[in-house]
Design a protein around this ligand. Structure first.
Ligand SMILES: Nc1ncnc2c1ncn2[C@@H]1O[C@H](COP(=O)(O)OP(=O)(O)OP(=O)(O)O)[C@@H](O)[C@H]1O
Length: 493
């Protein structure tokens, strides 16, 4: 709340009791409050004064709150709008968010949530707008410094990339759930982080969850938390992802892998904005923004009955699509250079030059694993290279069995031997009895997993197949054992 003059709020509701309740609640918070009983009155009040926030009921005697919202957007007014919808009317809530509402509340309105929504909408206005002629202050506030940095990490000048960065900036300011679709390795997590960093939630946590990595029996406790004694081994209360992301962003990666039973529970949380920890009696209010992502065709999963339509609808209020690398070939040189710089910075190596032949060689590859595959290729090449330039010989792998490499047969022959690449076998363990069986077994498992991953170029699916595991089991183990991809600072495989 600004300290000089209090924020001004307009409440639009036709029920006098409710109007008074909202007014009193907000007055008690120190805001200046005006009210209107219908659309006509609201228009009159808005004509003569401006506000920081407008809270409007959806159903008004002379029309829909949505109309007011659209009119305010059309005339590029600076107010943030919070819409109050009837309980269970998902369509209205989604429509309101799509029409530019900052947030929505469902009836009966929880006053704590009302206060939180107002605070959040005021915070989101704190960053002044860029000085663009004709662009009003609240349309696209300049992202905070962290947001600018996060956007700059999304490399690419292709039109689709320029558009995605600009969309991120625009959508960051609202609470509307975002669904990011795109092939594996196209930067979905990078985009999710940028949405968070560009929002007023940036100083609160960004919690990334791989929905496909959690065993079914743990999933509820992982998401919603658990009270002491809720299940065998729950020796104390523990937070779930929703609590950990409080005030921030919860990134649900691989949302297409969420089991159906959990989908129903997630939908309930989104609708009610409350979670109940496993074994708990009391529900807790939820204050997170949801960003989800998947490389799967979620609409097809809805059709086949594997993904709930209502949940899809709720998560897909704002859609973003990360393009495959093959759709933006022109970005490859810049991407390769940035990735190379990053890899060298992390490993403390001098940045080699990337020869023109190497770039041609990279351009000719299909790279189905997109930017991640490019990154892995460069990483491996850096590990092999002994020169101050990266040549085709450093880039191609003689052991490669994939048939996707267009220039496979043109690869030069001076490759390092396999022994140069693969870690030497672990020394045989002493047949002694470990003092801590669990950590001993974890260590063994870690070594086996790492070996399989290294030998499959960190391809989780291939590594899982080699170990007789499915992808879900593999992901869970990777996460549990904290195995990190060699290709990124913050990127867990
Ligand atoms: N446009 C980009 N600019 C720079 N780096 C990128 C870009 N896109 C992806 N990367 C890098 O590629 C790697 C994979 O990106 P990320 O994990 O965000 O992809 P993803 O689509 O979420 O993958 P998956 O579906 O496999 O989880 C990361 O190291 C990321 O930093």
């Amino acid at each position: 709340m600004p300290s000089i003059s209090p924020a001004a709020i307009l409440v639009v509701d036709d029920e006098p009791d409710l109007r008074t309740l909202y007014e009193l609640t907000l007055l008690r918070e120190g805001y200046q409050v005006e009210s209107a009983a219908d659309l006509t009155e609201a228009r009159m009040v808005l004509d003569r004064s401006s506000f920081d926030v407008v809270i409007t009921d959806m159903r008004l005697p002379d029309g829909l709150g949505l109309e007011l919202l659209r009119e305010m957007n059309d005339s590029q007014r600076r107010e943030r709008c919070i819409v109050i919808t009837a309980y269970g009317s998902a369509e209205n809530a989604v429509e309101a968010l799509k029409a530019g509402a900052f947030d929505y509340l469902t009836k009966p309105v929880d006053l704590k949530q009302l206060r939180a929504a107002v605070t959040a909408s005021l915070q989101s206005q704190r960053h002044p707008a860029p000085a663009v002629t004709g662009q009003p202050a609240s349309v696209t506030p300049a992202p905070p410094p962290g947001g600018v940095h996060a956007l700059s990490r999304i490399v690419g000048g292709a039109p689709a990339m320029v558009q995605i960065r600009s969309r991120i900036e625009k959508v960051a300011t609202s609470m509307a759930p975002v669904l990011i679709l795109g092939e594996s390795g196209t930067g979905k997590e990078l985009v999710a982080r940028a949405v968070h960093e560009c929002s007023h939630r940036a100083s609160s946590p960004f919690v990334a969850v791989n929905c496909g990595a959690i065993p079914d029996n743990l999933i509820e406790a992982e998401f919603f938390g658990a009270r002491k004694g809720a299940y065998t081994g729950a020796s104390q209360d523990r937070e779930g992802y929703f609590q950990a992301a409080k005030g921030g962003t919860l990134f649900l990666d691989e949302i297409g892998d969420l089991p159906l039973a959990m989908q129903a529970k997630l939908l309930r949380v989104i609708q009610e904005r409350r979670v109940r920890p496993l074994g708990g009696v009391q529900e807790e209010p939820v204050d997170v923004r949801l960003v989800s992502a998947t490389h799967k065709d979620l609409a097809a999963l809805v059709k086949s009955g594997d993904f709930r339509q209502d949940l899809f609808y709720r998560l897909n209020v704002i859609g973003l699509r990360t393009p495959a690398l093959r759709e933006r070939r022109e970005d490859l040189p810049q991407l390769a250079q940035v990735l190379l710089d990053r890899i060298c910075k992390e490993s403390g190596q001098a940045v080699p030059t990337l020869s023109a032949e190497s770039l041609d060689w990279l351009q000719a590859r299909e790279l189905p694993g997109n930017v991640r595959e490019l990154e892995n290729l460069l990483q491996r090449a850096m590990a092999l290279s002994t020169n101050d330039s990266l040549d085709v010989g450093d880039l191609c792998d003689p052991e490669e069995s994939t048939t996707t490499n267009a220039l496979r047969h043109q690869a030069p022959t001076q490759e390092p031997s396999r022994q140069d690449r693969v870690d030497p076998p672990e020394p045989a363990q002493e047949a002694s009895i470990p003092a801590d069986l669990q950590s001993y077994l974890d260590q063994q498992e870690r070594q086996v997993l790492l070996k399989a991953l290294k030998e499959t170029d960190f391809n989780r699916t291939a590594a899982a197949a080699r170990l007789g595991l499915n992808l879900r089991q593999m992901r869970y183990r990777i996460q549990r054992l904290g195995i990190e991809s060699p290709s990124a600072d913050d990127d867990v495989l």
